[in-house]
Design a protein around this ligand. Structure first.
Ligand code: ZN
Length: 253
């Protein structure tokens, strides 16, 4: 989950501002940057981590890139309206983890349970929905014990992917319910219903606004980074909540 770690570093201000012009050579077909000059030598671009808008300038965009030597830069280009080309500059370099000894290094990482980390790595990302699914799975293990059971999940999301990856239970999904509601049925012994409150499932206020900007590709790289920090906070809240706070579990027949 490297992308998240770099975004967290940016969100925590672990960057060196450069704002310096650079020469860039682009792929002639797709017009994406391939290499650039910085401090007198060419740097090959190994990976484009993220592409973002500029919040001030509609004709500019930012590429968060990683070089062959493992450094990460915010490389920006602005369409040159006069010369029908574009010009490039580096906004900042993200500090490497060896450079942030004076900061709290843990702020680059999300400290989570090893099983959750392995599941999320296998799935491809960790998000609040996935964290909720994992908590439901932990709860189900305790309810079912050795014997297994049936889970009805009221949503089709990363939560059901986490549940499917975790257990040997019978998982059914009713996407029409469209929310985080789960019914755990122990055969012959009744059901436990779990209802996750909206405040832990839906971003609200400026978090919701930020999410909309990111999903509509209107966010700047700093906004994408602060969105990552908000996601981390939401995941932390989900993982820290008690079963009672997260699920308000009720028994039914
Ligand atoms: Zn997800």
């Amino acid at each position: 989950m490297d992308r998240e770690a770099w975004l967290r570093a940016i969100g925590n201000g672990q960057v060196e501002w450069l704002n310096t012009g650079v020469d860039v050579s682009c792929d002639p077909l797709v017009r994406l940057p391939m290499r650039f000059t910085f401090k007198g030598r060419w740097h090959e671009i190994e990976q484009i981590i993220e592409v973002a808008r500029d919040d001030m300038d509609a004709n500019a965009e930012t590429f968060l890139i990683r070089t062959g030597s493992g450094q990460v830069f915010a490389l920006c280009r602005r369409l040159d309206l006069v010369k029908a080309g574009c010009w490039w500059w580096i906004a900042f370099r993200v500090l490497g983890s060896e450079e942030v000894i004076c900061f709290d290094r843990r702020r680059r990482q999300m400290l989570i349970d090893l099983e959750l980390k392995l599941l999320a790595d296998g799935y491809g990302h960790l998000c609040p929905d996935f964290a909720i699914g994992w908590r439901v799975g932990l709860f189900a293990r305790r309810v079912f014990g050795e014997n297994g059971g049936n889970i009805l999940a009221g949503c089709l999301s990363c939560a059901s992917e986490a549940l499917a990856a975790m257990g040997t239970w019978n998982l059914k999904i009713d996407a029409l319910m469209g929310r985080h509601f789960y019914r755990l049925e122990v055969p012959g012994a009744g059901c436990v219903e779990l209802d996750v409150p909206d405040e832990l499932t839906w971003p609200d206020g400026d978090f919701a606004g930020l999410e909309r900007q990111v999903s509509e590709n209107r966010a700047s790289i700093l906004e994408i980074a602060s969105y990552q920090i908000r996601i981390d906070e939401q995941i932390s809240r989900i993982l820290a909540a008690t079963d009672q706070e997260l699920f308000s579990p009720t028994m039914s027949r």
